[in-house]
Design a protein around this ligand. Structure first.
Ligand SMILES: [Zn+2]
Length: 385
């Protein structure tokens, strides 16, 4: 497969060549901050409305990903097992719709340390196994090496879970075909991915190199043709339960392709404009010799700033981040803001979180720290005060 990957790719779901680029960045960082891609590009299929990262269908991208996943440990900053509200909601959802007991064999792709499987076993007694592409030295549940891009060599399971995993997979059709080798007849699949609908509704910055596919319920179910839909929702993420059974059931909602294409095109038009305005505001402040303080030095800070940091005067860029111990931010080498020094100075503070509530909390906190502050959110409500 790898050799066939080509930048001039057709739609990975419907095969159409009617795809248009809707977003590009000259440079974009992976979540880890340790790797990046040049010419990051997102495309929209005008035949089926699928939104996908075109730049992921290249050999160089595959090489970067393989390297990244070899030393990938995402959860080591949280206590085990992680019991955040979104994880507990997912656990409720899965156990409400799927009858899971001590005889049920459950496997999870992208299980990481096994937080979710551990909680599921604790609650139901299920026989759980994690599936990861590489060795997981940190795993707290039995974990085997498996990739959804290969057929199962571990037999079949009653339930397969994929939490925040499926959006990373290049060649989703191949993945879904292989999935049938992992799920027994009558078995279930739980898929949780970022919801394109929520991303467009709240203007969230989900467009990062890690994410290869941006699913709506319609594109996800188009992919799972032949499976029965048990239920779905998109409260936090797009969460879907499907069953491997005949006769298959379909989504009863009607789908208006032209309306969907219109909405997505408008969203990306607006998103690009916000990106341009944001960049312009930063460059203007930088050119005037003004101080810019990034509140939060995580993923959204990195993914956004990577594209144009070279156009800013780095001497005047600073960060604040309670989760970072270092005084020098590791990605671009920004210094931690000296709050006493900037307290009375005019500063531009940038709220760097993808979560609207976190952005608002940052705004309140920044207002207590700096008396002459302008505040800029990333995307959700682009405004200065
Ligand atoms: Zn398509």
């Amino acid at each position: 497969m790898t050799n066939q990957l080509n930048y001039y790719v057709n739609c990975p779901i419907c095969g159409s060549s009617q795809i248009k680029e809707v977003l590009n960045k000259p440079h974009a960082f992976f979540t880890s901050g340790s790797a990046s891609v040049e010419k990051y590009s997102v495309a929209l299929c005008h035949n089926c409305s699928f939104v996908f990262q075109k730049s992921a269908y290249t050999k160089t991208y595959q090489e970067a990903i393989n390297k990244l996943y070899q030393n990938y440990q995402q959860s080591n900053q949280f206590d085990f097992p992680r019991r955040d509200p979104k994880t507990l909601d997912a656990l409720d959802f899965v156990t409400h719709y799927i009858n899971i007991g001590p005889q049920t064999k459950v496997a999870e792709f992208g299980s990481d340390r096994g937080d979710f499987l551990y909680l599921l076993k604790q609650q139901t007694g299920a026989q759980v196994v994690g599936l990861e592409p590489c060795e997981q030295p940190d795993a707290k549940v039995p974990t085997k090496i498996a990739s959804i891009l290969q057929p199962s060599s571990h037999g079949q399971f009653d339930v397969i879970l994929m939490k925040q995993t499926f959006e990373h997979i290049v060649d989703p059709i191949k993945a879904v075909n292989n999935l049938k080798t992992y799920v027994k007849a009558g078995g279930y699949v739980y898929i949780e991915v970022p919801s394109l609908e929520r991303i467009t509704e709240y203007s969230l910055e989900d467009f990062i190199p890690d994410h290869v596919s941006h699913y709506s319920i319609h594109t996800l179910l188009k992919l799972f043709k032949g499976w029965s839909i048990i239920t779905w929702h998109h409260e936090h993420f797009l969460s879907v339960i499907l069953q491997n059974k005949l006769p298959q059931t379909y989504l009863s909602e009607t789908f208006d392709l032209s309306q969907q294409l219109k909405q997505l095109s408008l969203f990306f038009h607006d998103f690009n404009k916000k990106l341009y305005d944001f960049k312009s505001a930063l460059i203007k402040q930088s050119n005037m010799g003004g101080i810019i303080i990034f509140f939060g030095a995580g993923l959204y800070f990195r993914s956004l700033l990577a594209a144009f940091i070279d156009e800013l005067n780095r001497d005047n860029l600073f960060f604040i981040d309670d989760n970072l111990n270092e005084n020098i931010e590791p990605c671009f080498g920004l210094q931690r803001a000296n709050i006493d020094k900037f307290k009375e100075q005019p500063v531009l503070v940038i709220g760097c979180s993808n979560d609207i509530k976190s952005q608002q909390a940052m705004h309140h906190r920044a207002a207590t720290l700096f008396s002459k502050m302008s505040y800029l959110y990333l995307f959700s409500s682009f405004s200065t005060e």
